[in-house]
Design a protein around this ligand. Structure first.
Ligand SMILES: *[C@@H]1O[C@H](CO)[C@@H](O)[C@H](O)[C@H]1NC(C)=O
Ligand SMILES: *[C@@H]1O[C@H](CO)[C@@H](O)[C@H](O)[C@H]1NC(C)=O
Length: 597
């Protein structure tokens, strides 16, 4: 998943003249009036600037801790809106590999990797058009791209490439970097990558010793009043650091998406501290989260309480929900507490955060935003925003996976599951999940065949022929594109396609995946090597942004490869994928005390 929640900093649009990402686009964005004389104009401009600053940069300062009766409590009563799925057994399930398509994905991976290796080996990030690499900080790289790609090479059987990558890790990788790194990103990409490589090599000690070293350097982030992790970590000083953009806050997804990695590290090293620190975060959240299971996207570090922020399945919210299910799966279903938290959250999502579009009856996710009349003490109200981040597209596959595990009445449901094998929640989640997958695929039906970063759905259709969803503030081709119109090689839809394929065997998921892959090949592939992000999915020929996100090689191409390989590769009952698509084996924690509550 998803990746990450981009920070407020990098959620800002690339060009100064584009409108802002999502939140408020205040009137101050309108062109300034011509400079007429008069202090009034000056004053208005000044005030506008202050408001703009407040809304964009200092958003965190306007948040406050919710008291219990201010939380968003949904109407707990079904019915939830669901769309009917396919009738089971209407197609032939054949999980054999599609070699031609699978090999095309491998070729794409090599096109990405070999360019990176040629131009930027060892650098954290890659810019394929400028043929150069950069590091996250000036203190030197932490293997962001190399470690993120190791397991994909192992899975694809790219032995030569893998051998060179491993040699770099052995000879050059160091975490003794005196600079601040994002705790969450470092954990999911680097720690997760090392742990997967350890498993897939059947225990290459290089990876466990590096993972242990990194885990130890990360551990101090949990030494906080409530036990929630600092957003940043200085790896050399082994010190947690507050995020300067959001002082006193941590985003929920970032705090609650470290657990799969630290728990597996604890299992491998038999060191309980790794387990306990990560688990304590879940204890704090479990105590703070309202009964409907819907968490806002920010928590206070000091008190461990939720702030008056948005509730969403996209950035800063996404992998909280993903990891509730996956923590339950990771230990083979023995930790019922996570199943219960997951069920509560999915109930809350169904009663409040799912919509159905007007024309095509697409099932979509929406957001819930707090609204308070400014500068007075009126009670907080909550409003729906029909906004769906591409990041939220992880949910379709996740719901289908949850339906056949946490909400299944049998140990091994059929493929696809029969109705009588799922409980009420399972049937509900299955239908919603399958519907969300279709919706996310629909967002790829653009001029380029690529999906935008963010779409909005229409509350009602105002005129005939209006589309169900649109890109907010979209500009005509040729004008500077908005942030929402980008495709940055994100994986969430193909991730859901992979899960839907493995759980149904329905060939259409492979067809969708192939279409998306072909659009990436056509529009993102840089002839000299690598893949670039596209600035406006509705403008063809496309304009590029010179960046190849590391999740192209760790997630997008891995999930596409798995979609076209046979089902013996990483079976879903043996592995959970972390939110950076690093597979971690399901294990029984015999050597660790679990479930401390
Ligand atoms: C099942 O297959 C039949 C025959 O191919 C088709 O007409 C029908 O629409 C399918 N049903 C569903 C729900 O997909
Ligand atoms: C990034 O860090 C790596 C590893 O320390 C180093 O080899 C490389 O030269 C650095 N790249 C840049 C552009 O500073």
């Amino acid at each position: 998943m998803a990746d990450s929640a981009p920070t407020l900093r990098n959620r800002k649009p690339p060009a100064a003249d584009s409108t802002t990402a999502s939140a408020a686009s205040p009137d101050t964005k309108k062109p300034a009036p011509p400079a007429r004389a008069g202090i009034l104009t000056y004053l208005i401009t000044f005030l506008a600037l202050v408001v703009a600053l407040g809304v964009t940069t200092l958003a965190g300062l306007y948040l406050y801790e919710l008291n219990p009766n201010e939380y968003f409590y949904p109407n707990p009563v079904p019915p939830w809106e669901v769309v009917p799925g396919d009738t089971p057994g209407n197609w032939t399930v054949d999980f054999s590999a599609d070699l031609e398509k699978r090999d095309a994905v491998v070729a794409a991976f090599k096109h990405a990797w070999l360019a990176y290796e040629r131009d930027a080996m060892g650098c954290d990030e890659y810019h394929p058009i400028g043929h150069k690499g950069t590091n996250l900080t000036s203190a030197g790289g932490i293997g962001y791209t190399v470690v993120d790609s190791l397991d994909t090479m192992l899975i694809m059987g790219l032995d030569d490439e893998y051998a060179r990558a491993r040699a770099w890790v052995e000879n050059h990788l160091s975490f003794d970097r005196d600079a601040e790194f994002n705790t969450f990103e470092t954990t999911i990409r680097v720690l997760g990558g090392l742990l997967s490589a350890y498993d897939l090599t059947e225990g290459d000690p290089l990876y466990l010793s590096l993972a242990t070293d990194l885990g130890e350097r990360l551990l101090p982030v949990f030494d906080t009043p409530a036990g929630l992790p600092y957003s940043l970590v200085n790896l050399a000083q082994r010190k947690g650091v507050m995020d300067p953009d959001n002082r006193g806050l941590v985003s929920t997804a970032e705090a609650a998406s470290l657990q799969l990695e630290f728990r597996y590290l604890a299992f491998l090293t038999e060191r309980e501290e790794f387990w306990e620190k990560a688990e304590e975060v879940m204890n704090v959240i479990r105590r703070a989260v309202p009964s409907n299971g819907l968490a806002t996207i920010f928590m206070s570090m000091q008190a461990g309480r939720f702030m008056s922020a948005e509730i969403r399945l996209g950035s800063r919210g996404d992998s909280y929900y993903e990891y509730l299910l996956k923590q339950y799966l990771q230990t083979g279903g023995i930790e019922g507490v996570y199943r219960d938290m997951y069920r509560a959250a999915m109930d809350g999502i169904h009663t409040n955060m799912i919509g159905v579009s007007n024309n095509k009856k697409l099932t979509y996710t929406l957001e819930i935003h707090p609204r308070r009349a400014e500068f007075n003490k009126q009670p907080l109200t909550w409003v729906r925003a029909l906004k769906q981040d591409h990041l939220a597209c992880f949910l379709g596959g996740s719901l289908m996976l949850g339906a056949t595990t946490a909400n299944s009445l049998v140990l091994r449901p059929s493929i696809p599951p029969k109705e009588e094998e799922l409980d009420e929640r399972g049937k509900r989640d299955w239908a919603t999940g399958a519907g969300l997958v279709e919706t996310c695929v629909d967002t790829y039906r653009t001029a380029s065949g690529l999906a935008p970063e963010i779409v909005y759905f229409r509350d009602r259709v105002e005129s005939r022929g209006e589309s169900d969803w649109y890109i907010k503030d979209a500009r005509p081709p040729g004008e500077p594109p908005v942030y929402d119109a980008r495709y940055i090689l994100r994986p969430e839809t193909v991730e859901s396609l992979f899960l839907a394929w493995r759980l149904t065997g329905h060939p259409r998921y492979r067809e969708y995946g192939w279409q998306i892959f072909q659009a990436i090949e056509k529009h993102c592939r840089v002839p000299s090597g690598g893949y670039a992000s596209v600035l406006n999915v509705e403008e063809v020929p496309v304009k590029w942004e010179d960046k190849m996100e590391t999740f192209l090689m760790s997630e997008t191409l891995k999930y596409l490869y798995l979609l076209f390989s046979d089902d013996k590769v990483l079976p879903l009952d043996e592995y959970v994928f972390n939110t950076e698509a690093h597979p971690l084996p399901i294990f029984r924690p015999d050597n660790i005390r679990v479930g401390g509550y």
